[in-house]
Design a protein around this ligand. Structure first.
Ligand code: BV8
Ligand code: ZN
Length: 251
């Protein structure tokens, strides 16, 4: 194991420099410096709210107004946030035509998109999209919905039934196309897992898939996670500092 922050940064920068294909898996920690609350941890959303009360289809069926209230609150909060230095570095890397940089995110805040990231896979959907809760044929597609203060429950324009946030809740399958793209992206030279507690599957499994396919794997997080003992290099530090530091070592 490489010790000493400077040596770790240099080691990762040299891997990144040599790589032709890089895949980055991001989680809530990447958006923390933008002011978006994380889920787990001392200030996390799951301290105040129980996931099973808010992030399952059973919760929505039981109390759609409560679930919409939570998502509207999150929309309003994220609308005030801006991409930070971590999003910006990843966006720049993804725009480099000389190699393939793919970003897989568990975040629903769209800050990677707003930073201009290309080749983005949004595994858990978007806070800003809505779809039919009944699953009517026409309402299977999502539609953009920026309203963060709805005065009544959003409805499906096709069947008139309730509309729901187009995010992936616990117990729900991820979009098959997204999973396929993420599985393809796990074939890379360097796989980075950044700002995620690495406990939610299938997202947390892609680092191991990448490693078994021969990728160099590294983690950037404020603290150790279940991924730390798996990866080749674990850097303990804030993503908004570590990614710009690596980026600077590349030039
Ligand atoms: C599914 C809704 C098939 C969107 C979310 C295999 C093993 C065990 C369990 C399972 C398994 N396979 C499936 C499961 C069940 C379940 C699961 O994983 N459960 C776990 C928790 C035990 N998975 C599912 O249900 C998935 N579906 O597998 O479908 C299926 C179908 C039917 C029946 C069974 C299976 C669906 C998962 C989707 C969950 N959706 N939310 C929303 O409203 O946002 S959860 C959610 O967690 C968020 O979406 C978030 O994206 C995700 C992951 O969280 P993180 O991003 O990692 O955030 P967290 O707060 O945890 O961590 C932040 C980290 O950042 C911390 O480590 C912190 O130290 C660090 N940090 C903080 N600041 C910084 C920083 N790091 C760097 N810099 C900083 N500045
Ligand atoms: Zn409908």
């Amino acid at each position: 194991m490489i010790s000493g922050m400077k040596q770790q940064l240099r080691a990762l920068a040299s891997r990144v420099r040599a790589a032709r294909a890089i895949t980055v898996m991001t989680g809530a920690g990447v958006s923390a410096a933008s002011g978006v609350p994380t889920f787990r941890g001392p200030e996390g959303l799951w301290r105040t709210f129980r996931p099973e009360d808010l992030a399952t289809s059973e919760a929505f069926a039981r109390d759609p107004a409560l679930v919409w209230e939570w998502y509207s609150w999150r929309r309003a909060r994220v609308a005030l946030c801006r991409p930070n230095a971590a999003h910006e570095v990843l966006a720049r890397w993804s725009q480099d035509a000389s190699r393939q940089v793919r970003v897989i995110t568990q975040n629903v805040d769209d800050l990677h998109l707003r930073a201009g990231t290309r080749n983005l896979i949004r595994l858990h959907g978007s806070l800003w999209e809505t779809r039919c809760f009944n699953g009517c044929a026409a309402g299977l597609r999502t539609w953009r919905d920026e309203d963060s203060t709805p005065d009544r429950l959003p409805r499906c324009p096709h069947c008139g039934g309730l509309a729901r946030p187009a995010v992936v809740w616990f117990g729900e399958s991820l979009d098959a196309g997204d999973v396929e793209h993420a599985t393809q992206a796990a074939s890379c030279d360097v796989f980075l897992t950044v700002g995620t507690s690495a406990v939610v599957y299938p997202a947390a499994g892609f680092a191991r898939i990448a490693q078994t396919r021969g990728a160099f794997t590294a983690e950037i997080n404020l603290e150790s996670t279940p991924a730390s003992s798996l990866v080749d290099l674990s850097i303990l530090g804030p993503a908004e500092d570590v990614l710009p530091a690596i980026d600077q070592l590349l030039s």
